[in-house]
Design a binder for this molecule. Structure first.
Ligand code: SAH
Ligand code: SF4
Ligand code: F3S
Length: 464
């Protein structure tokens, strides 16, 4: 603990695993605890409160959470004032049991519990009572609390538009740990987007497990296409993205948005999971390979330059060589711009964990490697085609490659690294692509196309 004036400032460290839902919740927690005089720190050894936001979508993700928590045992012993909390999907899955199993854990905060943290902490600090909150009683009413008032220096931000999922794909634990699907009222969403833009945010990504079914159960009955149109009205908002879209609910009216909502980026993440109808059925995905291919065709007909990315699972129970070949041929047919692929992992309480025909680990690994090297070739070929083209890039910040390189994204969500100065962060600029790599592009800032930006004129150049 440190003191600023007569205020006692406590130090908060958050480690986030998993998907954007967890990242969003972690951001909210920083803001909620900011109001309680907590300040984030980069080193967990300096913290008064450590919150581990966990994922359980695959067994490996769960292992990571427990091994991280294990490392804190020693620290907790040497620093008795330290409070350790486990949040997110693993917390939701095991609940109070975790307090029995792990004596150095103080709080268990389920997926609907972020706004309860200040109260749980206060109770722990006054009574010493270790607590678990795993109710699904959370409502969207207080979603914007804290978040709207605080400005973070961010170019791109996530905005949750719905929580939970009702789909119960047979392999997936998410509905069990995130609860049923609930849409957030559009007024609240628009208000949050507007306040983010006021703080300098240029791009928002609307988040949900299946954004296509947005609006069910919301009184005003706005569907997702309608919501996009409302969000697009927010003045000053440059780009809109969304994730994730379930193919079974992708409507023509949503596809049409790519043609006529200007800030909407031409990129859709449309997880296919398998290229075999037999496996799609066992997964309970609710569409066929043919239907999926038709959707991609329709999307490209509506907007030729739309990028499509996807998720794929290999080694689902019952997947034979022919099914796997179906996934490979689907990759060749669609030529995804990006693909996230996973080995099937048995999850507790899921229908697939009870299915027969489990695929050997060795075979799963082989299939994953084959699939990934095919996709690498496709992504590389697609990136190479970009060379020589000029594209708009929203500059997000320093590049991971280091030096004075900056990084940003094209409307199609391709990462571009280029030489530039920090003043460019937050600007949308034209970049000439000079090289294509397996996972990113390289470019040079074009002076001619960015003359309105003084900083570009003075310091950058174009290869043309
Ligand atoms: N709601 C999203 C994604 C949720 S989880 C959707 O419907 O697509 C993200 C990805 O993890 C899934 O798309 C799937 O490819 C993968 N996944 C989920 N459960 C899995 C499991 N048991 N084993 C392996 N991969 C899994
Ligand atoms: Fe899981 Fe399916 Fe829901 Fe996505 S749609 S979160 S894969 S159950
Ligand atoms: Fe993982 Fe939970 Fe997201 S299980 S993928 S963090 S919803």
């Amino acid at each position: 603990m440190s003191t600023i004036g007569d205020r006692k400032v406590r130090r908060l460290f958050i480690r986030t695993f998993g998907c954007q839902m967890n990242r969003y919740d972690s951001e909210r927690l920083v803001e909620i605890l900011g109001e309680e005089d907590f300040q984030p720190v980069d080193d967990y050894r300096q913290a008064d409160f450590i919150f581990i936001n966990t994922c359980t979508v695959r067994d490996k993700a769960e292992q990571k959470a427990f091994s991280y928590l294990g490392r804190l045992k020693q620290l907790k012993r040497s620093q008795p004032g330290l409070v350790v909390a486990l949040g997110g999907c693993v917390a939701q899955q095991y609940g109070e049991d975790l307090l029995r199993r792990l004596p150095h854990l103080d709080l268990v905060v389920g997926t609907h519990g972020v706004s309860r943290v200040p109260a749980m902490l206060a109770r722990y600090e006054t009574t010493g009572e270790r607590q678990a909150f795993v109710d699904f009683s959370y409502d969207f009413g207080d979603e914007s609390d804290g978040r709207s008032q605080l400005c973070r220096p961010e170019v791109s931000s996530y905005v949750t538009i719905m929580r939970g999922c009702d789909n119960f794909c047979t392999y997936c634990i998410v509905p069990m740990v995130r609860g049923g699907e609930r849409s957030r009222p559009s007024d609240e969403i628009v208000r949050e987007v507007a306040s983010l833009v006021e703080c300098g945010v240029r791009e928002v990504t609307l988040l949900g497990q299946n954004v296509n079914s947005y609006g069910q159960g919301v009184a005003e009955e706005l569907d997702f296409a309608g919501l996009l149109r409302r969000v697009a009205q927010v003045e000053g908002l440059l780009r809109i993205r969304f994730t994730t879209s379930h193919p079974k609910d992708l409507s023509l009216s949503l596809m049409q948005c790519f043609a006529d909502i200007e800030p909407l980026c031409p990129h859709i993440h449309l997880p296919v999971q398998s290229g075999s109808d037999r496996i799609l059925k066992r997964m309970k995905r609710g569409y066929t390979r043919e239907h999926y291919l038709r959707l991609v065709k329709e999307l490209k007909a509506i907007r030729e330059d739309v990028a499509v990315s996807s998720d794929m699972i290999v080694g689902f129970p019952g997947e034979n060589e022919e099914d796997f070949q179906g996934s490979l041929s689907l990759l060749e047919e669609v030529r995804f711009d990006a693909l996230f692929s996973f080995k099937y992992s048995d999850r507790p309480q899921t229908a697939a964990s009870r299915l027969d025909g489990k695929v050997e680990e060795k075979v799963k690994l082989q299939r994953l490697q084959t699939l990934q090297s095919l996709q690498e070739r496709i992504t590389f070929e697609k990136n190479e085609v970009q060379v020589g083209q000029t594209t708009r890039v929203l500059v997000e910040g320093p590049s991971q490659v280091g030096g004075s390189q900056l990084s940003g994204r094209t409307p199609q969500n391709r990462v571009v690294n280029f030489q530039g100065t920090p003043e460019l962060v937050g600007e949308e600029i034209s970049v000439l692509i000079s090289a294509g790599h397996a996972h990113s592009l390289e470019g040079v800032v074009c002076v001619e196309d960015n003359v309105n930006l003084k900083v570009v004129k003075e310091r950058s150049w174009c290869g043309k």
